[in-house]
Design a protein around this ligand. Structure first.
Ligand code: 5AD
Ligand code: SF4
Length: 465
């Protein structure tokens, strides 16, 4: 099938940390290596080529990466490998941030690449295979969209589509703008062309990606044009459209209105709040207030009452007082999120917040965090209870990890849904199709029910929107 390349019959393994942008980049790396004849394997021990797609947004993932690469030094080569040495690459945000420093600290590392030159990885690997030694290439900026590269998607029916990269917001805790650089939007024609290709190939769900999708287009057109992207994507005929991630300060009425009117736009929004305290929001440089955020929530629910909201919250930002934390807790109560991603503040060198000392003891912060986690789980449970007795469209992903006799998929609100496989069907034939499930069980992490009779892939606007 493939012509012979230096990669023919080599086994590769990719380890991915962090956000959806990284997961998407990993699919591009897999697509390139598979296109050159290398074969994917699940375990690092079985791989000749190892790629780490890294994240530096919090310290834990950072430390873990250095540990994992270090431990590879003593991992035996796979039986039957044609190589005399396993070839190891680090890419993604730590590659971009640390560059040469990585190979200085980890001399058995072979290749380092960054977030702007994914496409160079095969060449860098090839140079390392031919010549040995270190091959480090990190660019400040570049043709930053990997979309001309092939992709090996996890699911044939779901695709991530980057529309912008980088961030101009400089939240005071966040390292992303220093690593990923300034915001750069992709021309609308390119986005639409890629989406049309996916639709023609049978993709059912597209998730638009960017550090801050709402400000899409500001650099290209002088003003944000995210609503136009949503309109254009809807017009491609895609069944389900989602996006991540949004900044509350840039969420316009125009975009909010699309939740009520666009056929394909799913009734779910991830809207990171970070804190419910005005003092902390100001110190974070978020440029909105608690009241503004709650106003956005009210408008969203006016337009689409059943919308499922999710958020990110940082606990223990320097200077956060007991009262600030109570404000966050109350905000979680008021909004009633379907899902909350909670993080303990992690100091990132080079960010403004890193120079602020905080006298709050660690165990106090941990106590706040634990209390918040318990509470968000209780509220998520309650939010899911609202769906008991309803029938929801489920895009089937595969068998449930709990029980191979159950199908698992996602509701429009992005909840995981389980149901017994209907008699006479198989997971293989159902995966990537939409079935209707009557919900009779609602837990914190999932809904469950029975596939409704006569379940067919839904016609347009089957959910009545
Ligand atoms: N410490 C803790 N959490 C952070 N995040 C970003 N930077 C930090 C940090 N320094 C969180 C934010 C963001 C999510 C992706 O990661 O909540 O929304
Ligand atoms: Fe970081 Fe804020 Fe940009 Fe998000 S919006 S990537 S939190 S600086």
């Amino acid at each position: 099938m493939h012509t012979h390349t230096p990669f023919t019959n080599l086994a590769f393994c990719i380890r991915t940390f962090g956000c959806q942008m990284n997961k998407h980049d990993s699919e591009r790396v897999a697509g390139m290596l598979e296109g050159l004849g290398a074969l994917p394997v699940d375990a690092i021990e079985d791989a000749d080529l190892v790629v780490f797609m890294t994240c530096c947004v919090r310290e834990a993932a950072d430390t873990r990466l250095y540990g994992q690469v270090a431990s590879l030094k003593n991992t035996p080569l796979r039986a039957g490998t044609p190589l005399s040495k396993r070839v190891v690459a680090v890419g993604g945000c730590i590659g971009q941030r640390d560059g040469q420093k990585l190979v200085d600290e980890l001399p058995h590392l072979d290749v380092v690449f960054g977030t702007h030159n994914l496409g160079s990885l095969p060449r860098l690997f090839e140079e390392a295979l031919d010549e040995g030694g270190h091959h480090v290439e990190v660019l400040d900026a570049g043709s930053s969209f990997a979309s001309e590269l092939p992709t090996a998607r996890e699911h044939a029916w779901a695709a991530w589509l980057p529309i912008a990269q980088g961030c101009n917001n400089f939240c005071s805790y966040c390292i992303v703008p220093y690593v990923r650089g300034r915001e750069k939007s992709r021309p609308l024609e390119d986005i639409v062309a890629e989406a049309e290709g996916y639709v023609a190939a049978g993709v059912k769900e597209i998730t638009l990606l960017g550090q801050n999708v709402n400000s899409y287009g500001r650099d290209l057109y002088g003003s944000p044009r995210f609503a136009a992207v949503l309109d254009a994507l809807d017009a491609t005929g895609i069944e389900r459209l989602r996006f991540a991630t949004s900044h509350p300060k840039d969420l316009t009425d125009e975009v909010i209105g699309r939740f009520g009117t666009l056929r394909s736009l799913m009734p779910a929004l991830h809207l990171p709040v970070q804190s419910g305290s005005d003092a902390v929001l100001a110190a974070m440089n978020r440029r909105y207030t608690r009241a503004h955020y709650l106003e956005l929530v009210r408008k969203l629910r006016d337009v689409l009452p059943e919308i499922a909201l999710s958020t990110d919250i940082i606990v223990g930002f320097p200077g956060e007082t007991a009262k600030d934390f109570e404000d966050t807790y109350r905000l979680v109560d008021e909004v009633g999120y379907h899902q909350v991603f909670t993080f303990i503040y992690s100091k990132r060198e080079g960010t403004p917040a890193a120079s602020v000392d905080d006298p709050t003891p660690r165990d106090v912060i941990q106590g706040r965090f634990d209390r918040l986690v318990d509470f968000v789980q209780k509220r998520a449970f309650e939010a899911n209870q609202a769906d008991l007795g309803s029938t929801v469209d489920v895009l089937v992903e595969g068998a449930s990890k709990r029980d191979a006799g159950l199908l698992a998929g996602k509701s429009p609100k992005n909840q995981t849904v389980h149901a017994p496989l209907p008699e006479g069907t198989s997971i293989e034939e159902l995966a990537g199709t939409t079935v209707r499930v009557r919900i009779d069980e609602a837990k914190t992490w999932y809904l469950a029910g029975e596939v409704a009779e006569g379940s067919e892939p839904p016609a347009e606007a089957a959910d009545g929107r």
